[in-house]
Design a protein around this ligand. Structure first.
Ligand code: FES
Ligand code: FE2
Length: 422
């Protein structure tokens, strides 16, 4: 459990809050590159860490992310005209370039544009995603560089969806390996809804013991499940501060790592990024991924309408109680839809002072501890973990091994090549 004060510290993300200032030290995944497909295209509104923003791609192809509200009299620049290397407010015609500099004022006979600059944030285009940095200029880390962002575009799939609760709740659900083969399981072979198959090692294995190795980027963690009397199933994950999980693809899938970023929109909403990639070859359409996770645009996610989940709190995630009796554990279609359902039902910000945690919650307890430490580090003028290059090569891995085998020898070099080199 956490005290009410700790819960506030970890969950509030607005400007000036301790966690808000800490999260502003990282690049935030913000938009898919195709949301701004070409020069002078339609601007896009977005909200990150409680700030309303507008993004546009100018005539030269540069992307600007500005405070949404025009600094003249505060209407939305999203209504604006994207023209000749700037976004022009339609109210009185003030125009801003990608740096936020005002360059023209149609309503002023004696212009003072050079004296007006609005809030603008740096943007990096990496891995088909536009990332935004909202922190102090002198502390800006190198652009993000995950293994998934460095493969060719046809080797990866990236989606996103809005979740209607605080970011930490979503993150804690994602790094919680003990729930996965319980909540996400199918109840029989060939169920009418997707679920982890009944004969999968994940479901067949006993409840896991957890090991967490704290590292300089966050931690790696392992769910170790006894499988019958002579085997063990070990899943190795990474948590990269402050909001990234890398997880093994499962079910004998080779050369793939899957994962998420849970990025705060504000205190009560977050954007869940879902990605997976194949290191060795382009992904086939229909390969294990969004089909069963409930993240397909147009089917599960309304990408035309702010990336809202189609099965969401307002329609009870379309839970099917008959299917829950015979097909899947939850009766909800989509593994990540199931995640969102339980996390959103905890309320916008869960009261962690009422919890009863156990050893199966070790990864969650450690994440909270590292996040709290990162806040202190930033307050003391230091750099938080997860901004330096030590996470670039990380991968997830899993194995079924003999019960007596040393799973670390098998998994660690595959999960972190720097460990194989020492
Ligand atoms: S409010 Fe934008 S120019 Fe006046
Ligand atoms: Fe889950």
């Amino acid at each position: 459990m956490l005290t009410a004060q700790q819960n506030e510290l970890l969950t509030r993300v607005g400007s000036g809050t301790p966690m808000g200032e800490t999260l502003r030290r990282y690049w935030l995944p913000a938009l898919l590159d195709w949301e701004l497909p070409e020069a002078d295209c339609t601007p896009v509104r977005l909200r990150l860490l409680g700030e309303d923003l507008v993004a546009f791609r100018d005539t030269s192809g540069r992307v600007g992310v500005l405070d949404e509200y025009c600094p003249h009299r505060l209407t939305s620049l999203w209504l604006g005209r994207n023209e000749e290397n700037g976004l022009r407010c339609v109210y009185h015609g003030w125009k801003f370039d990608v740096t936020g500099q005002c360059v023209d004022q149609m309503n002023e006979p004696k212009q003072f544009a050079s004296k007006v600059k609005t809030v603008s944030y740096p943007v990096a285009e990496v891995g088909g995603v536009l990332w935004v940095y909202m922190g102090p200029k002198e502390k800006q880390p190198p652009p993000p560089n995950f293994a998934w962002t460095s493969v060719p575009a046809e080797h990866r799939v990236v989606t996103k969806v809005v979740e209607e609760c605080n970011w930490l709740q979503a993150l804690e659900g994602g790094i919680d390996t003990s729930h996965a083969p319980i909540m996400h399981r199918a109840l029989r072979a060939n169920p009418s809804q997707p679920g982890i198959p009944v004969n999968d090692a994940f479901v067949q294995g006993a409840a896991p013991s957890l090991e967490v190795d704290v590292t300089d980027y966050g931690y790696r963690y392992f769910g170790i499940r006894q499988l019958g009397t002579d085997q063990q199933y070990v899943r190795g994950y990474h948590f990269v501060m402050p909001w990234t999980q890398l997880r093994p693809a499962g079910r004998g899938v080779q050369n793939q790592t899957h994962g998420h970023h849970w990025v705060p929109i504000d205190d009560y909403h977050c954007l869940v990024w879902n990605w997976y990639y194949n290191e060795a070859m382009p992904l086939d359409k229909g390969e294990a991924g969004p089909e069963e996770t409930g993240n397909i645009f147009g089917v599960d996610v309304d990408a035309e309408n702010g990336f809202r989940a189609i099965r969401n709190r307002s329609n009870s995630w379309l839970i099917d109680r008959a299917a829950q009796k015979t097909e899947t554990f939850t009766g909800i279609v989509g593994i990540n839809t199931q995640d969102r359902a339980v996390q959103e039902m905890m309320g916008p910000i869960v009261d962690r002072s009422r919890e009863h945690l156990g050893p199966a919650d070790k990864a969650i307890i450690t994440a909270r501890k590292l996040l709290e430490e990162a806040v202190r580090t930033v307050q003391d003028g230091g750099d938080p973990p997860g901004v330096s290059p030590n996470y670039y090569e990380l991968r997830a891995a899993e194995s079924v091994l003999a019960a007596a085998d040393d799973w670390r020898t098998d998994l660690l070099p595959r999960m972190d090549p720097s460990l194989a080199r020492v």
